[in-house]
Design a protein around this ligand. Sequence first.
Ligand code: HEM
Length: 186
Amino acid sequence: MAKATKEIDLVVGKENRMVQESDIDKLNYVKACAREAFRLHPLLPFNAPHVATQDTIVGGYFIPKGSSALLSRYGLGRNPKTWTNSLKFDPERHLKGDGDNDEVVLTEHDLRFVSFSTGRRGCIAAMLGTCMTTMLLARLLQCFAWSPTGNAKFVDLTEADDQLSLATPLKAFPVTRLTPDLYPVI
Ligand code: HEM
């Protein structure tokens, strides 16, 4: 979180304005964090089922015409054969390491995990979804410093045993970090 906030401060600053859509291309670490969240914490365990309209081979598996194909989003994203230290939240794994040319995208057409899926039934709004996700995360980090609530020592991110959500509701305390006139008045 600190590294993502630092990137936002470098690209956008804290004095003059909030993150804008035009900043998204440069916020690669922020996008790497979002990508890592998509990988580890899919909203749903499976994608919508699809039926093969012809015999095909996917990832070395023969899929006969008429079969229903269901992808485990959880299983793909955490597959240790694909991801080193697969359970670790590590945004760096999505950076290619070539500095300014390191463009991170939230789409994943190789289906090493499912974000917007791919192909004919893939999400029609991957660009809009990327924009919404990145803007939301970037503004949450740019506008507020987050800390545990009450006497808690840390924000509890423990996962539930039997579903994909957190074990307990997320509780974090925001403190503004920009000059007051930059926040919209409601
Ligand atoms: C972070 C945001 C979003 C994510 C992660 C996401 C992800 C997905 C996924 C995984 C699918 C299913 C693909 C499949 O069945 O293989 C899908 C389908 C779809 N999404 Fe999104 N989506 C997002 C935002 C949006 C938005 C904002 C819209 C519309 C404005 C949208 C419209 C659709 C539509 C219409 C489909 C069905 C496409 C079809 O079956 O032909 N999505 N999305």
